[in-house]
Design a protein around this ligand. Structure first.
Ligand code: HXC
Length: 285
């Protein structure tokens, strides 16, 4: 297994090198320890456990770099994103790094370009959430395409309690995921909610026993990684791009991309394999 460590905390030239804050495993470890890891699945782990994996500038920049690199790697077919330890996916943006910010400094140093890089990834991304996913941590999970939540997960947009509001997509993505009335209540009160409520609200794909969270996410990623990669990217891109469009426009884009997939070898292979009653062999072309 290749285990890489991406950028560590932002050390000065004379400071000792600190432990990496984001780890990348490609391939990911095997789900439930069975066999070898799926070669197409990458595991990205946020590791700042002493502060519940709070997202500072070093984490955001390392996450963005890791996602860009995996997105350009033809061997990678799906990404699982998780937080190290059992207490948190991420407890939000780092409050200590924001307390003295001004509009000008938050605009330039708020890491918005990293958030954009993370959401621009074309590969499917599955969040494996245990413990706290609050504020920017909840927004990071909402940026993922699917959320596998452990039954110990706690979600929330508590920014209002800090005198601010969600700034990395929470007002948009939470509202689209759960509807305006529920998003208003959650964002304006800042209250947390558990995994079962998140499931009822339609925000998470599945709730699983806490200790199985990562394995279930890896399993799901493995199933997606076994699908034809161009079709997977196309389907994700259309769903993501059309959320904010009128239905008619979304249907038009869906039609165009659907039609384009008939130019791929995988389309012919998939249908031929069905007719010949055999497993398809995907080439990604
Ligand atoms: C910095 C944080 C942190 C955060 C926790 N810690 N969350 N540090 N930024 N977001 C640190 C604590 O200071 C503490 O360090 C250590 O992690 C453990 O946390 P405790 O509070 O002691 O744990 P506990 O009592 O179990 O409470 C857990 C918690 C609480 C409920 C998650 O930590 C909490 O409310 N955290 C803040 C959650 C939040 O408001 N998130 C939104 C941030 S704003 P020390 O050194 O003190 O022991 C945001 C905006 C996004 O995300 C905008 C993006 C553009």
């Amino acid at each position: 297994m290749v285990t890489e460590a991406t950028a560590g905390s932002a050390n000065g030239p004379d400071e000792p090198q600190l432990a990496p804050v984001v780890r990348v495993d490609l391939p990911a470890p095997p789900a439930f320890g069975r066999g070898s890891g799926d070669p197409g699945v990458a595991l990205v782990t946020i590791d700042r456990q002493s502060v519940l994996n709070a997202l500072d500038a070093a984490v955001l920049s390392a996450l963005a770099a890791a996602f860009r690199r995996l997105d350009a790697d033809p061997t990678c077919r799906a990404i699982v994103l998780t937080g190290a330890g059992t207490r948190a996916f991420a407890a939000g943006a780092d409050i200590k790094g924001m307390v003295d910010a001004t509009p000008a400094t938050i605009e330039t140093a708020g890491g918005f370009e990293h958030w954009e890089s993370i959401s621009a990834v074309g590969l499917p991304v599955i969040a494996a959430v245990r413990g706290f996913a609050l504020g920017g941590g909840c927004e990071l999970a909402l940026q993922c395409d699917l959320i596998v939540a452990g039954d110990d997960a706690t979600f929330g947009q508590p920014e209002i309690k800090l005198g601010i509001m969600p700034g990395a997509g929470g007002t948009q993505r939470l509202t689209r995921a759960v509807g305006k009335a529920r998003a208003m209540e959650l964002i304006l009160t800042g209250r947390s909610f558990d995994a079962r409520e998140a499931e009822r609200l339609g925000m998470v794909s599945v709730v699983v026993p806490a200790e199985e969270t990562l394995d279930r996410a890896l399993e799901l990623a493995g199933r997606i990684a076994a699908m034809p990669p161009l079709a997977v990217r196309s389907a994700k891109a259309v769903i993501a791009a059309t959320q904010e469009l009128p239905l008619a426009e979304g249907l038009r884009i869906e039609r165009r991309v659907f039609v384009d997939l008939f130019a791929t070898e995988d389309q012919h292979e998939g249908m031929t394999a069905f007719i010949e009653k055999r497993q398809p062999h995907w080439t990604g072309r």
